[in-house]
Design a protein. Structure first.
Ligand SMILES: Nc1ncnc2c1ncn2[C@@H]1O[C@H](COP(=O)(O)OP(=O)(O)OP(=O)(O)O)[C@@H](O)[C@H]1O
Ligand SMILES: [Mg+2]
Length: 323
C-alpha cells in the first residue's frame, strides 16, 4: 500500500527528501517539518547538505553543528551538520598505513586482507560526517518522534546511502585483520613479556560501530520507519536524475512511495514565455504520470511568484503538499 505524505509524517520515524539540485528539497522538507510539528510530533529537521540553506528556508540563523528550537514552532528543532568538526581526527586516521611499521615482508597470511582492505576507497569526508550524524540520530532512538533529513543533491546522497554497506565491509575487514594480527602479537607478547597490557581496545570500539551501522541500515530499510521522498521538477534532466536516484534506492533497499513534482508553471494567458514553459512541463508531466502513477503518490506543486522563505511562505507551500 502506498502511504501518502501525511501518513508518513504522522507515522514514520525517518523521512528523507532528496533529488536534483535546486528543485525544492529544502523548502519541502521545512514545510513538512512544520506540518508534522504542528500535528503533535516532536520533530527534528537535519540538513546533510554541506552547502546548507535550511536556515535561509526557515528564515532563522542556525549555528552550524548545533540543534536549535525553531522560532514560533514549538515541537520543531533544526540542525545543520558541520562537516568540518572532527576533520583533523578523520584525516589523521585515514593517513595511517598499516604496512609501514611491519617488518614481516608480505608473505604472512593476513597480507591478503590488508590488500583488499587498502583497495576499498575511503568515503568522502562530507558523506562520512553526514552519515555519522545520521547514525547518531538513528542509533540513539533519539528524543524525537520524527527526524526529517533534507539531503544534498542526488550524487552526494547516493554516496551517503552507500556508506552503511561500505563501512560495515570495511570495518569487518579491519576486525578480521585484527583477529589474525592479534594471534601473532599475542605470541610475541608471551615470548617477550610477562605482564598483560590492559587498556581501551580500539577494535572493541570498531565492533560496536559496526553493530550500530548494521542496526542503522536495518532501520533505513524498514518501510514502517523510513521513507525516501523524491522531489523533482517537470523537466527531462530531472527525469533522468530521478531514474538514477530510484535505481540507487532499489540497490540500497531504501523504501519510497512518494514523488513531488515541484515548480509547475501556472496557466498564463498574457505571458507567452511562461505558457511555452508550461507546455514543455505538461508534456514531461504526462511522461512522469505514465511512469510513476501506479507505484507512487504523485504530488504536484505550482511555481509560486515569490521565493519560499519563512513561516508564512512555508505554510502556503504546505497547503499544496497536504491538501
Ligand atoms: N514551488 C516553488 N515556487 C517558487 N519558488 C520555489 C518553489 N520551490 C522552491 N522554490 C525556490 O527555489 C529555490 C531552491 O529551493 P530549495 O532551496 O528548496 O531547493 P533545494 O532542492 O533544496 O536546492 P539545493 O539542491 O541547492 O539544496 C529557493 O529559492 C526556493 O525558495
Ligand atoms: Mg537544499
Amino acid at each position: 500500500m502506498k502511504k501518502n505524505l501525511k501518513s508518513l509524517l504522522s507515522q514514520n520515524k525517518f523521512i528523507l527528501f532528496g533529488g536534483k539540485g535546486g528543485v525544492g528539497k529544502t523548502s519541502i522538507s521545512s514545510a513538512s517539518a512544520i506540518w508534522a510539528a504542528e500535528h503533535g510530533r516532536k520533530t527534528l529537521i537535519i540538513s546533510t547538505d554541506p552547502a546548507h540553506s535550511l536556515g535561509d528556508s526557515l528564515d532563522q540563523k542556525l549555528p552550524k553543528g548545533e540543534t536549535v528550537q525553531v522560532e514560533n514552532v514549538s515541537n520543531l528543532y533544526a540542525l545543520e551538520i558541520n562537516p568540518k568538526i572532527n576533520l583533523d581526527e578523520y584525516q589523521s586516521a585515514m593517513n595511517v598505513n598499516p604496512l609501514e611499521s611491519m617488518p614481516f615482508g608480505n608473505s604472512l597470511p593476513f597480507m591478503e586482507d590488508i590488500g583488499s582492505f587498502a583497495s576499498m576507497n575511503p568515503p568522502g569526508i562530507d558523506e562520512a560526517m553526514a552519515f555519522g550524524k545520521v547514525l547518531e540520530f538513528i542509533e540513539t532512538e533519539s528524543d524525537y518522534d520524527l527526524v526529517i533529513f533534507d539531503t544534498a543533491p542526488t550524487g552526494h546522497t547516493l554516496r551517503l546511502l552507500a556508506l552503511p554497506d561500505l563501512l560495515s565491509g570495511w570495518i569487518g575487514k579491519l576486525i578480521s585483520l585484527r583477529l589474525k594480527l592479534g594471534k601473532i602479537f599475542g605470541m610475541f607478547k608471551k615470548m617477550f613479556s610477562k605482564t598483560e597490557v590492559e587498556g581501551e581496545d580500539p577494535f572493541e570500539m570498531f565492533k560496536k560501530l559496526k553493530n550500530s551501522i548494521v542496526n542503522a541500515r536495518d532501520e533505513l530499510k524498514d518501510p514502517s520507519k523510513t521513507s525516501f521522498i523524491i522531489v523533482m521538477i517537470s523537466e527531462a534532466m530531472a527525469l533522468y536524475e530521478t531514474e538514477r536516484l530510484l535505481s540507487g534506492l532499489y540497490q540500497y533497499e531504501i523504501p519510497f512511495s512518494n514523488i513531488i513534482v515541484n515548480q509547475i508553471f501556472p496557466e498564463s494567458i498574457d505571458c507567452k514565455f511562461c505558457q511555452s514553459r508550461r507546455n514543455m512541463q505538461l508534456k514531461n508531466l504526462k511522461e512522469i504520470r505514465y511512469l510513476y502513477e501506479d507505484d507512487f503518490n504523485l504530488i504536484e506543486i505550482p511555481l509560486f511568484d515569490t521565493e519560499i522563505s519563512g513561516y508564512e511562505q512555508l505554510k502556503k507551500l504546505g497547503k499544496y503538499l497536504f491538501q
